[in-house]
Structures are given as C-alpha cells and as structure tokens.
Design a protein around this ligand. Structure first.
Ligand code: ADP
Length: 269
C-alpha cells in the first residue's frame, strides 16, 4: 500500500502534461473573459467581479491571491458552475457555461470539476470510503468500480487504512486529504480549491500542499484560491486579483484587447 503523503509517487492521470508560457496551440481548460457579477444587498449592490479575465491551461497549477473581498471565491464559483456571471464569458473544457441551464451545469460539474473547500464539506455520517464512493455513484458509476477507484485513491493519498473509519476520527490534514480524494473520484478535468489550507495547522497545511504538488506533477490541472504564501509558492503560476479583476496574470496573458474589450470567443460546438 502506498502512503501518498510520504512518497514521491505522483497520482497518474492519462494524457495530461504541464503547460508553460503562452503558446498558440495551448489547451485551455479555463477561459474567463470580462466576467461581471454584482450581488444585490439591502444596503447597496456589491460589485464582486468587474471584468475579470483568466486563462488556465491543461496541466497548470495556478494560485489566486488578493485581498479579502476582491472576488476570488466568486470567480471560482463561476468556473465551478455554481454561479453565473451577469456579463462575460466562462468556459471549462471548451464548454460555454454561460449558455447552460442548472441541469447542464450539474452535469458539467460531475464530469469536469472536483471541488475542495476550506471546511472539507465531508459526509460525517458515512465512512471515509463512502465519502469517496458517493460522488462516483451520483455520477452513475456502478458500485463495484466506484469502490475500486475509491480504494485506489485512498491508498494513493495515504488514507487506505482509514477506509472504514468515520471522518471525525481523522486529523485536519487527513480530513482535507479525504476531501481531495473525494474531489478526484470522478477523474475531473479541473480541481478547484477555495482556501484548502485555511482551516489547518501548519503540519496539516504542509500535508495538503504536498498532495497538491504531487497531483500537479501527475498532470492534474489545479486552480486554487489561497491566503497562504507557501501554497502560492508551490503553484506554477500566481494570479493576483484586486477589486473584482485579475491585475496580474503571472505570465499567461489572456487574449484581451488593450482597451479592455474581450476578443470574440468562438462558441464551442
Ligand atoms: P474573496 O473570495 O476575494 O474574499 P468573495 O468573492 O467571497 O471575495 O466576495 C466578493 C464580494 O462579494 C464581497 O464583498 C462579498 O461579501 C460579496 N459576496 C460574495 N458572495 C455573495 C453573495 N452570495 N451575496 C452577497 N454578497 C456576496
């Protein structure tokens, strides 16, 4: 059994390779153009996103940083298909999310997105194993292959001996590793994480960080929001946001016109 947290083994993922630099042939997993999102509040509307642009290429590990309230989670939610922009374009794996209804977004999430939250969002009444089996069952995978994949993931992530335990018996770092195993259950195109180390002590944070590094070296595309400098340092590229926009793309500039107008994006077939 492999303890994923303490070996150099990377989680394998077929066909994915890290991508560097701007390359015309680059395979973009995420494309956000001119995204606006305003939340109506009793007092005054909150303009959470004000023309955000972002590209993430297949195999990239991108960290997003910025002051609290600058729109990081809102941007992540648009890419996850959990929310929709008021204006602008969002695509994941060449699927135009802005043209999808709730049902289509749910299907897109199941097939392309694995999400990791700050507070784990585990199913506490179920075993560790069932937490990883469940997303595959929901996606229509039969129990046996779902369990086999879940056991493999738990082994890879160093939780194989915890399969029958309740999540509550795990340490913080182990709980977040379980949440990551669950996010990987359906072999997502993209792993999204919102402050994945925010609720962990430094040891738990390091465990989770090491896991993200290994996932990335195995070719997994990762986009995470963090306040944690070591997490940002581990990423291949750091994107900075401010006031609802990406102000520094960290080296992969989207194809946006100088006046802020976005270039037309071909509608996916
Ligand atoms: P960050 O992740 O950078 O801290 P958020 O994207 O969470 O920022 O929030 C940006 C702004 O939008 C904040 O002022 C926040 O309070 C507001 N906001 C986010 N989600 C909602 C919502 N569902 N309803 C109302 N306001 C929201």
């Amino acid at each position: 059994m492999t303890d994923y947290a303490s070996t150099d083994q990377a989680v394998p993922e077929a066909g994915a390779r890290p991508a560097d630099g701007n390359d015309a042939a680059v395979d973009l997993v995420v494309r956000v153009r001119g995204a606006y999102r305003t939340f109506e509040r009793d007092t005054a509307p909150v303009r959470a996103l004000r023309g955000a642009d972002l590209d993430v290429a297949r195999g990239e590990f991108v960290a997003v940083m910025g002051p609290s309230g600058c729109g990081k989670s809102t941007l992540l939610n648009l890419i996850a298909g959990l929310d929709s922009p008021d204006e602008g374009f969002v695509s994941v794996a060449d699927l135009d999310l802005t043209k999808m209804d709730e049902n289509a977004l749910a299907i897109m999430r199941r097939s392309h997105i694995g999400i990791v939250f700050q507070f784990f969002n585990l199913l506490e009444g179920m075993t560790v194993l069932e937490n990883v089996v469940m997303p595959a069952l929901i996606a229509g995978v039969k129990r046996k292959p779902a369990e086999t994949r879940a056991r493999d993931l738990l082994d890879l992530l160093g939780l194989g001996d915890k399969a029958r335990q309740a999540p509550a018996t795990l340490s913080g770092g182990q709980r977040q590793r379980l949440a990551i195993a669950r996010a990987l259950a359906n072999e997502p195109t993209l792993v999204l994480a919102d402050e994945p180390t925010g609720a962990l002590d430094s040891e738990g944070g390091e465990e989770v960080l090491e896991l993200f590094r290994r996932l990335h070296s195995g070719g997994q595309t990762i986009l995470l929001v963090t306040h944690d400098q070591p997490v940002a340092d581990a990423a291949q590229r750091l994107v900075r946001m401010r006031d609802g926009r990406v102000i520094d793309h960290g080296g992969r500039e989207p194809d946006v016109e100088p006046d802020g107008e976005t270039q037309p994006v071909a509608a996916p077939a």
